[in-house]
Design a protein around this ligand. Sequence first.
Ligand code: GLA
Length: 356
Amino acid sequence: MAELWQDVTPSRVVAFGPGRANLIGEHTDYNDGLSLPFAIEQGVRVTAEAAGGDGLLVTAVEHQQHELFPLSGWTTERSGDWRDFVRGAIGELAAAGVALPGGEVEIEGDVPEGGGLSSSAALEVALCLALCSLAGAPEPADRVALARLCSRIENEWVGARTGLLDQLASLLGVDGHALRIDFRTLETRPVPLRLGDWRLVTLDSGERHALAASGYNERRAECERARQLLGVESLREVLPEDAVRLPCPLDRRVRHVHEENARVDAAVSALEAADLDALGRLLDASHASLRDLYDASTEAVERIVERLRARGAAGARMMGGGFGGQVIALLPPGTQVPDGALEVVPAAGARLLEVS
Ligand code: GLA
């Protein structure tokens, strides 16, 4: 990718930010825990062309909408749609000292919006890479810092109080690999995802409601409360014997985090041993924990999990924030991909596709 970065300021750039799937390690990122996500082939493509002026004319192709965004004197008011991401990217890049030129930007993508495959991170990442490049700014050497910047767009401009899972997966994804992320140190390690004839698919529960945001925020607040009561830096340090001192349901939340972290390393070992049956059992255990200890499942999600198991999945679990959204399943060789399911293949992380 480095060769795409030029000494001269380009006049046209195309950047791609992938969506992500998360194999295992859910609701652990904001608890300094472990996760094992991967970037997928689907994502968001941003084309940016310098055109003078002091604004960016941005077209959201799928929405058939466009809008002119000023490069200075912007407001932080929210629209509740793609515009918040553009305002956030302009604002955060400006705050980081990137002098954006006026121009035209086109956004298009093939990752389902709001469906749990992180179209949001894909958009933030593609926008930031494209706009940095168009500004002639050097390729951000520190992609973890760029992930933090993208996460600020999500937290402060879009208003979703999510962790760093999605942005790190999108920016640091490695073709054919999952990424073991340690959120305490932000160290990442690519783990080969050798599936042979097995397949990973996601199936949408179709459920989207306000509960997803409120449920997610409530779980975060419960973890924060548990952390305070135990007087620890983060739930990463908490052992099961400490958890029993907590009132219900905080004890169950903490148990989930502790056991889910252990499952991430067990999943890495299963992959290293090419034991995909064991990986399937870990997905099932993760789901049971998210349902019974974290109370993050819904009837619609349970129906999808059951459907996937009935079709022969070796393991299936809710993926992402929960309270609706996607289910990921591991299908043994010869299992038919259920109608409406999307095969997810571990792909390369965000990149510039063209610089001219
Ligand atoms: C959402 C958030 C992530 C993470 C997951 C739960 O996808 O965006 O930061 O917290 O939920 O694992």
